[in-house]
Write a protein that binds this ligand. Structure first.
Ligand code: MN
Length: 232
């Protein structure tokens, strides 16, 4: 897939069409790619990320304030931090296969930049910045509602799943461990499969680009399974 098809697909999925497509391209351009030709800060995503970060924070705060009447500031602050943190945003970006569209320099590509959560979440913020400039706050807000705020409790639970599972097994007095089931692919594009073992029983497996991500998925599934068993 070349990038033009990728942008079209992105617009189709999000339902948002850029009046100025160069803004979307900029949001998806890493400085390493821009630097290979020239290095003008207006050629790569960092300035848009700066803007998108603030737009995201405002829209998420606005949503939490209005949808959670009676909740304390401290609770909303924690919830907001969980929603705008790197792992959650990288996960939101994965709903759009955003990482496949990033323009990266060769060096950054070889060292696995495309799968780095920090880059993916920065690009996600930059896309929000681009939408804000192109379509105003309403365009950005609709995008954020669809990809960040929808299903927000599940997203947070997924991101925190290893901690949540740890707390769960501790409470029950279970013994939990993770095991590596397989690892495949070249160094910059490895895929790991990790499994959970609870009291000597293999419960679930998860896939990911890092062991940590694979464990996260496995932990999430394990929590669902163990809680379900409790209901029976
Ligand atoms: Mn950032």
């Amino acid at each position: 897939m070349n990038n033009m098809d990728g942008y079209a697909l992105f617009e189709e999925k999000t339902g948002y069409h850029f009046k100025d497509p160069s803004l979307l391209k900029k949001a998806l351009t890493h400085s390493s790619y821009a630097n290979e030709s020239r290095s003008d800060p207006d050629d790569y995503y960092e300035r848009l990320e700066f803007l998108g970060d603030a737009v995201l924070e405002l829209c998420v705060s606005d949503h939490l304030y209005k949808s959670l009447p009676g909740k304390r500031e401290g609770y909303m602050t924690k919830l907001r931090a969980s929603l705008v943190c790197e792992p959650t945003l990288a996960m939101c970006a994965s709903l759009l296969d955003l990482k496949d569209l990033i323009l990266l320099g060769k060096g950054e590509e070889q060292t696995g930049g495309r799968n780095r959560e920090s880059i993916i979440s920065d690009v996600f913020e930059a896309v929000i910045g681009a939408m804000y400039l192109d379509g105003g706050i309403e365009a950005a807000r609709r995008f954020i509602e669809k990809y960040v705020l929808e299903d927000m409790y599940h997203k947070i639970e997924f991101v925190d799943s290893k901690t949540n599972l740890q707390e769960y097994v501790q409470e029950k007095g279970y013994v939990l461990s993770y095991e590596l089931i397989s690892e495949n692919g070249p160094a910059h594009n490895r895929e790991y499969v990790m499994g959970t073992v609870v009291n000597d029983e293999r419960i679930a497996t998860g896939k990911g680009r890092s062991k940590k991500n694979a464990e996260q998925e496995a932990a999430y599934k394990t929590l669902l399974i163990l809680r379900n068993r409790e209901k029976d």
